[in-house]
Design a protein around this ligand. Structure first.
Ligand code: PLP
Length: 414
């Protein structure tokens, strides 16, 4: 039987201190007057939740009534077409989730054992796992402090003759500075596969995430900007990448003979039911993005004058979609990140800590032992996100900011 890889935070020495502990327990707010605010006071504000009040139910019902519930059916090509249009790419290939979108893209590009793929250590586990599934060797770089995205100087330093791909992650909805990366790709002859799982609608110099590299990968998990429950997409302008990705997604059944396979394929298909939800979500996507940006602007304006709170970045060439409204807690705040999270949880506000970097993960610790990435480690220690759903209201944001302010004011009493 498979055994877990054991690593206690204590094994990391001083670094162990940056690994967050358990999430604080959420307290439901006890209703109190004024009655007009009862609703707000008596519910938990979740860190994220989907909005499904468009045509989702109608389209899903159509799948069921027409008996098309598996991976053939009209909603899949429709969803792909509309999503490609949204991203400004020629093609989009729907698949089962964001993790397999990454794996499918890498497999399509022929990446495998002996190849190196560069990615940021500050990302979600799926990015590196997708590389590992191919048999290629992941190579890490740190974040840079301005956008929290991968440091392109470190990418340049880590390119070797075996580098076959780089995966820039548009962290929390902020795009990576893609022009210099694409120049490097051109010069050294490697592929760029965007991990755009958090960046639906994000823009780099007016061009959308997912259209900036050789391929883009999206997730439609329930907390992403649009959702299909579970789902993913590979976007590309390259007809060969699109064709082969669609082929590998579906067991690579060959055209000349049924049950005859010339590639190692996968079952990474999306269902018509999921695509039906996805299509309905695309109809609202621009509204979701604008809501998230408006909410972020409200948060930033209100939080800016609280000492020790660092609000999320937006470079002047970027349109950040604020998938999660992410903040850092500096010493000046007077409470640690974990103390602030506990205070917020006590007031019914759910939050989530930032990613734990890949070089500190039990399953990858041996592979990267001794490597240090100070910016990512700082982000892990200080960062968390506030409630960020598109459906969050101005009143809720006011309440959340007010609670952060209260925490700051009470810091001396702890
Ligand atoms: C969510 C996410 C993924 C994985 O997507 P799933 O649909 O959950 O498999 C990959 N990369 C990043 C950066 C993500 O945030």
């Amino acid at each position: 039987m498979l055994k877990p890889v054991d690593l206690n935070p204590e094994d990391l020495g001083d670094l162990g201190q940056i690994i967050p502990g358990r999430d604080p327990e959420l307290q439901i707010r006890i209703p109190r007057i004024p009655v007009s605010e009862l609703d707000l006071q008596s519910r938990i504000i979740p860190v994220c939740e989907p909005t499904l009040n468009g045509n989702e139910a109608q389209y899903v019902l159509d799948c069921i009534e027409s008996n098309w519930i598996s991976s053939a059916g009209k909603y899949i090509p429709r969803f792909e077409e509309v999503f490609a249009e949204i991203c400004g790419t020629r093609y989009a290939v729907a698949c089962a989730n964001g993790t397999v979108a990454l794996h499918l893209a890498l497999a399509t590009l022929g990446i495998g054992p002996g190849d190196e793929v560069i990615l940021p250590t500050f990302t979600m586990i799926a990015t590196i796992n997708a590389i590992t599934y191919t048999g290629a060797t992941p190579v890490l770089v740190d974040s840079e402090p301005l956008t929290w995205n991968m440091d392109l100087n470190q990418v340049a330093d880590k390119i070797t003759p075996r580098t076959r791909a780089v995966i820039p992650v548009h962290t929390y909805g902020h795009p990576v500075d893609m022009d210099p990366l694409m120049e490097m790709a051109e010069h050294h002859g490697f592929y760029v596969v965007e991990d755009a799982a958090e960046a639906h609608g994000a823009e780099y110099k007016g061009r959308r995430a997912g259209s900036l590299g050789h391929a883009g990968c999206f997730s439609f998990y329930a907390n992403k900007i649009i959702t299909t429950g579970e789902g993913g997409m590979v976007t590309t302008d390259d007809p060969e990448i699109a064709r082969l990705a669609a082929h590998l997604r579906d067991h690579a059944f060959s055209e000349e003979r049924h049950f005859w396979h010339k590639y190692l394929g996968f079952n990474y298909r999306m269902t018509n039911l999921q695509a039906a939800v996805g299509l309905a979500q695309t109809e609202q996507m621009e509204a979701f993005v604008e809501a998230r940006r408006a909410n972020a602007a409200r948060y930033t304006t209100a939080l800016r004058n609280i000492p020790g709170i660092v609000t999320p970045p937006e470079a002047d060439w970027a349109k950040n979609v604020f998938w999660m409204y992410s903040i850092l807690v500096e010493d000046e705040f007077g409470m640690t990140r974990d103390q602030l999270r506990a205070y917020l949880a006590g007031h019914g506000i759910e939050t989530r800590t930032f990613f734990i970097p890949m070089h500190l993960q039990p399953i990858y610790y041996q592979a990267f032992k001794g490597q240090r990435y100070p910016v990512s480690e700082m982000l892990c220690q200080r960062g968390f996100y506030l409630p960020s759903a598109s459906s969050l209201t101005p009143r809720e944001i006011e309440y959340i900011v007010e609670t952060v302010r209260q925490a700051h004011q009470q810091r001396g009493n702890r």
